[in-house]
Design a binder for this molecule. Sequence first.
Ligand SMILES: [Zn+2]
Length: 1221
Amino acid sequence: MMFRLAKKKWMRSLYWTIVLVFLVSLLTAFIYYFVLIDELEIKPKTIVNSDNLEKQINYRLSGLELGLKQNRDLLKSIRFKLDRVFKDINGNLNKDNEDSDPSDYIRDQSICAKSSPQKEFKPNISMPDVYEELKFDNPDGGVWKQGWDLIVNETLFSKGHKLKVFVVPHSHNDPGWIKTFDRYFREQTKHILDNIVTKLSEDPKLRFIWAETSYLSAWWETVKDPKMKTQMKALVDSGRLEIVTGGWVMNDEANVHYFAMITQMVEGHEWLMDHLGVKPKYGWAIDPFGLSPTMAYILKGMGFEGMVIQRVHYAIKKYLASKQELEFRWRQYWEHKADSDIVCHIEPFYSYDVPHTCGPDPKVCCQFDFKRLPPSKVYLLIPIQSNPFGLSPTMAYILKGMGFEGMVIQRVHYAIKKYLASKQELEFRWRQYWEHKADSDIVCHIEPFYSYDVPHTCGPDPKVCCQFDFKRLPPSKVKCPWKASPHKITDSNVHQRSLLLLDQYRKKSMLYKTKSLLIPLGDDFRFDKLEEWDAQTENYQKLFDYINARPEWNVEIKFSTLGEYFESFKGIHSFPTLSGDFFTYSDRDDHYWSGYYTSKPFFKRFERILESHVRSTEIIFSMASILNPHSLDRLNALMPLFVYARQNLALFQHHDGITGTAKDIVVNDYANRMYRSLENLEKISSQSIMNLLHYENIESNQLKLVDKLPNSFSTSTKSLFIIDDNNNQNWHFVIYNSLGFASYELVCIHLQPMVNNWCIKDNDGVEVEDIQMNRVWSMDKLLTDRVEACFVVHMKALSLAEYSVGICDEKRGVHKKSAVTLYNFGQSFNNLSEDLVSFDETPTEIQLDNENIGLTFSGADGMLRKLSIRDVTTNLRMKFMTYGTRSGKKVQKSGAYIFLPDNENAQDLVYSNCKIRITKGNIVTRFETIIEKPIPIRHQISIIKGKRYIEMENEFFLSQSSFGNKELMIRFYSDIQNDDIFYTDLNGFQMIKRKRYNKIPLQGNIYPMPTTVYIEDTKQRLSVLSGQPLGATSPRSGWVDIFLDRRLLQDDQRGLNQGVVDNRKTKEIFKILLESTSSEPTAPTQPLKPSLEAQIELQKILSPPILMYSTMKSTISEIYFLHNPLPCNIHLLNMRRSSKANTYSLYLHRWGVGCDAKCAANSTVVLSQLFSPFITKSLEPQITRMSLSSLHEKESDLSIDSQLNVEEMHINVYRLRTRGV
Ligand SMILES: [Zn+2]
């Protein structure tokens, strides 16, 4: 406080000096520059004496001459600015945002518990009610195994009420799964897109839908013939090729955080707008393994009108189908108006492939998948070349020359094969036509039949041969597994085949209320070959023509897009409303897809790190672009690097990316892309920060991240800063807080040499007094080359501040070493030094505390026993546990997707002689438990001065073969009487209430925990916040289970064809809060949410301060971009520079307030008051509220002076433009 007063006094004297300088007309330029500094809220580097001031003025002057030339036109505004300077000096000083620490807004009182969805706006269908009602008993439904025997009510259809059938051709293209993105593209998707353009251009009746923009973009970049692009655009313009969803990928909905969900959609939509000028209207999520209402909210917010989903628990499908409620308006449970409802359609049957989309009987539907027709010569593609074979004699020559004695070939024109076969001449000596001796002849064998696959190699009858291809045993998709194959549609069978198909259509239509019927026609990577196009389109067109020609059948049928389907009943039907989500998915029996919530957690953590860097770089890059219009060329040159990083963050949101369900080689490809993306982001952040802080020689220098970039083997390591005697120079750090609120944060850096007289100075040049020096360890090994210095920094909202580190004179600043106590570390540490004591025997109980928190640990297992946070205490015990999987041959087991435990009860992880290390200091105290067997684990609980949570870090490596087919889990036992209720989040965007049911097996009671889980009773709430998405449940009252990692030796029969054994050394981070709850229930209109403190702490896990370093000093030591803090429950989600010049999207999200928060529920934001004046001055006054992906304008008559109101729980996007330079 004292310091701040002194600073203001100084600032005042500086202002007057500047005015004087102005009056003597010495330096117009100086004034301009001064104003610029003032408005940026920049503080010059050094203070306070007048000598320094004079030096500073001279220094700045010399730098200004150049700037003056560039900025002559801006000088006009100087007088206006000067006026403002006077105003500020006369007592109207800018409100300093220094005091905006969010803890000011947290009341010292209980948080509200037992909040429940509001009643006044109750939906027609509430998923929690459906769960109550369902038996989950899975009776056999006949041909529709998971349904019932459908009977068609013929009277429903008449001349005026025809059944309108919309057959929608599609191809599901995973951006990485069995093959990498690039390989899929090269081998399959490129051809599919080529074929779409060719075939749709040929036949005006054809339609197609396409979902994944990542592949469209790859196609656009590689296609050589510009005519193809023109044709593609024409098809999109005409609506015949419809882009559905249009995200970069079809994202997972369990593990994905809403920031990344929006990012991946924006990447897709921006590309579509820039290249095809199209705005998608309908969503298509047929493959994500469970569906989240957050996605519905985001689609609606992006201007979508309808959506299709597919992977919903079979029992829920059946329930909704029985009430004709598979189409509904999906509503957020906390929403009190219909505005955010979106029409949602659930596909009723097992899968999105052809056998499960035409009607209830897959045996029948499969016969109308004409890709599965037995091949005939019509579909042969081998062109006749100038030589009689599709193969070159040059190859024969080369082989012979290499000493080969024979060769086998296959792709030869069928007529030639037939001719040679008729003469038994399929084996011959292949000779060069110009050869006049037999020396170069090579024996050649031609395979006689259509293909080299099993059906065409055993003999002439592929039907027979195929029966001996045992790979095609179910569930292979290659042919119809129901022993009835498709028939080519001919004049003689068209009548019978039409009736067979129509019966299925009519039955499916019985499940929906409208007379419109959606029939997806496609599968994974379909339509890659022209013969499939011909087979599907010709046979279906024959059926359509025949059916449409019979008015007495009361059916209209055609190829169509998804949009045509939704528009057919727009405004005619009103659907029931539904609230809730569709987790946890089961496709059959007790096979619940809850394994992928945790599979490959190393990469799940990696993703969150990348995500945090994308967000922070977006914001700082925008700030640099807005504030340094004269450096725009240099910043623009970084744009391709940035786009790469955004697109690869987007790519990993794919439902086989972050889910951990891709093959190892694909996972490595994703990891490489993420690593390169981080390198790019480091470069972009560095350039942005150097521009903003006016570093010298920006081109030739780069700031580096203190936390080294994660790579495939490590998600976090610290850089080591060495100061040797020869170069006693300082290191300079920039601390970047990307969040819209201020906070005190712990910062720890690794230094060499091992001395205690380090000096750390803040941006005012003031020495940090309180520094804790720690020893550094790697598991149980002491690293003797470094010390760790930990100190607390105060970060202003959205700010940059420079710190420096060096060695002081011996007589000054000797900092306190932390005291280390070791148990079970062996003799080598005995009597090492005063502040390191080692014991062979562990006490029964170990207690640690600080001013807020008390911890009691058991010495026996090194785990927590009791936790007190302020006045709340619970017997909080933690324990590592494991699950196995089922045993026996032909028994479905756990795999990448599915969790099938061997037992409802988890087993304790048995270990003995764990090492315990306690590091006690004045700022941070750590309790570490090191387990060696059966797997290496380091478990750390920390408490930090001033904080009201405990930090938990778990580092482990499940590489041991003894840990095969096991899941590692941590269980929390508490006194909280939550019964069977617990709460998890959806995509970090909202909380949802969960209930554990005995009628559902253990694996079905596990839910995604993208960020948060809590349990509560009328006294307390225990929250666990996570730095990585995982699976969680509450298996009994008072318990919370969090799954940490899994190692599985086998495939789980969902197409991946491998287990999960590429485990990495993984570090997972958590914060644990224990809060008292108010016994008074919250007003029923309140959405469920974590306390304000938990929300703030979660943001700090997900967007931690970014530390960058260099040996150079900046010219400006601090900038803060916010003039006033944001309302305490509004989160600065993003500030993204768009692909269009000078355009930015500002994303604000209002979390909402609980009764623990003092912030006003309805506070508004005025941008001209929020941002620093210089930012405001750089912006066009007019702003526009946009849809979430900025495709549509929502409110255009806004200005930077408007009171912007973000409603509780909502995200608003504002388009800002900078003034022309
Ligand atoms: Zn897929």
